[in-house]
Ligand binder design. Structure first.
Ligand code: LLP
Length: 463
């Protein structure tokens, strides 16, 4: 692409190889429905609104940076998953994506179950009233305390992840005079097409017991012998931010293959399989994620086909979407502090947050989009890099973003699709105060997780 197409932009053509020069969007002021939550639009003054509330007012009331989460969108996505999978399946929301008491209440009301992977997530779930039998406990190294709290609470399932854990859970349950329902997490040997750090079904990694080589089958043998355990099924999670169904289909095929082997060896038909989470979402308008219905239809078809071929009754299916439910429902609102044009290089637009509220760009090289939301602009597109305020050059929020060339201090920028793995992975780096999560619904906004204060920080510092 020729440089003249971007008269106001920095000279990216000089630093990016041919063909890597992204094209500016046709309309810089557009808020693409694929990446923004359902109730986001612009009012007649050009200010973006969410649920009818204008972001300038929201910034005044709640400050920046802040996450704004659209409750109706969250609930609609829960219902879409439930309806797609139907009454013969369970949808477990993966709490690691983002969890709070309000989220637990919405899930409880919308008929979803909850996957937790730590004592803290379990405590939040129980505190907010999620019935224990609708909770699953995950993790590759659950502590003795986590196991005993889960067993005592009566969680519906613990997904065991190692030979040691099979014994630990069995002993804990026996001591408590209980029989704990468990699934065994297996790795099916699928290379999911996603970032290496979030792919989890290939064999060389810390999660699960491999099907290949027989460790998964051996885990089943051991679990079936222990009185403290009721083995209810097999679990597979192939990775995260995945756009095609083929990896899930291979996983389903292999998991059903294990069910057949178990039936042949032990005469037992396990009643459940869980195919994990991992469905991708749109971070930029170029991403084209699958809908829950499409995933549900593909998974059901393959499970039914494989079971018919193996002469097995179709087990109860469960899935564990996290990102696909909460990710698209929120955006992060920032204020621009400085704009630095480096002639011949690029323009750095610094906002008042950064890697402490969104580590995903630095950690996974994740792509995000961004828009000027406090006003519209007719200025030319300027290829920019939106960066945070942390003492680190990798503190990038959006690597390559087109913003209007007149973007200036005091403008508000919003980064969509930050509902998942942003607040939940936020840190206090540089003693940053983690931003609040503000829920917008029916024209009203309320804080569900408040902004941290210096007092919060200093309270932990007891030296
Ligand atoms: N089930 C299990 C067992 C999981 O380990 C995960 C995610 C999920 C379900 C939910 O996956 P989802 O539907 O949200 O993709 N921090 C990374 C993602 C790590 C995912 C860990 N496990 C990120 O920001 O991309």
């Amino acid at each position: 692409m020729s440089r003249s197409a971007h008269p106001a932009g920095p000279r990216y053509a000089d630093v990016l190889p041919e063909g890597h020069y992204p094209a500016p969007p046709a309309d810089l002021n557009a808020l693409h429905p694929r990446v923004w939550s359902r109730t986001v639009s612009r009012n007649e003054d050009g200010v973006a609104t969410v649920g009818g509330l204008d972001v300038k007012r929201l910034a005044e009331e709640f400050g920046t940076p802040a996450y704004f989460l659209d409750e109706d969108d969250f609930r609609a996505r829960c219902r879409a998953w439930r309806e797609a999978f139907g009454p013969d399946a369970d949808v477990f929301y993966a709490g690691k994506a983002f969890l709070s008491r309000a989220v637990v209440r919405w899930l409880t009301e919308e008929g979803l179950n909850l996957d937790v992977c730590s004592a803290g997530e379990l405590a939040t779930a129980l505190d907010a009233g999620m019935p224990a039998e609708r909770i699953a406990l995950h993790g590759n190294n659950k502590s003795a305390e986590e196991i005993s709290r889960a067993v005592e609470a009566g969680v519906g399932r613990i997904v065991v992840d190692s030979f040691q854990e099979i014994v630990r859970v069995a002993h804990t349950a026996q001591r408590a005079g209980k029989r704990q329902r468990v699934q065994i997490r297996v790795t099916v040997g699928v290379e999911a097409h996603t970032h290496e750090f979030i792919a989890t079904a290939h064999e060389d990694q810390k999660f699960g017991l491999p099907l290949a080589g027989g460790q998964a089958a051996e885990a089943v043998r051991r679990a079936l012998k222990l009185d403290g355990l009721e083995l209810i099924g097999i679990h597979s999670h192939i990775g995260s931010q995945i756009f095609d169904t083929s990896g899930f289909e291979v996983a389903a095929h292999r998991v059903v293959g294990l069910l057949r082997e178990i039936r042949d060896e032990h005469g037992v038909e396990l009643p459940e399989i869980d195919l994990g989470g991992g469905l991708g979402i749109a971070y930029t308008p170029d991403d084209d994620p699958r809908e829950p219905q499409e995933i549900a239809t593909a998974l059901r078809a393959i499970v039914e086909r494989e079971c018919a071929a193996a002469g097995l009754a179709v087990p109860r299916l469960s899935v564990e979407p996290g990102r696909a439910i909460v990710g698209p429902t929120a955006f992060t609102l920032y204020e621009v502090g400085t704009v630095k044009e480096l002639p011949g290089l690029r323009t750095y637009v610094s906002v008042d947050g950064g890697m402490s509220d969104n580590i995903r760009t630095a950690l996974y090289d994740a792509d995000y989009s961004v828009a000027l939301v406090s006003r519209t602009s007719t200025a030319d597109p300027m290829l920019s890099r939106v960066v945070g305020k942390h003492c680190e050059s990798g503190d990038i929020v959006v690597r390559d973003a087109f913003l209007p060339a007149d973007v200036a201090p005091g403008d508000l920028l919003a980064v969509p699709a930050t509902g998942a793995y942003c607040r939940s992975m936020a840190s206090n780096y540089n003693h940053a105060l983690r931003p609040p999560v503000v829920v917008v619904k029916d024209g009203a906004a309320r804080v569900i997780v408040r902004r941290e204060t210096e007092e919060d920080l200093l309270r932990l510092d007891v030296g």
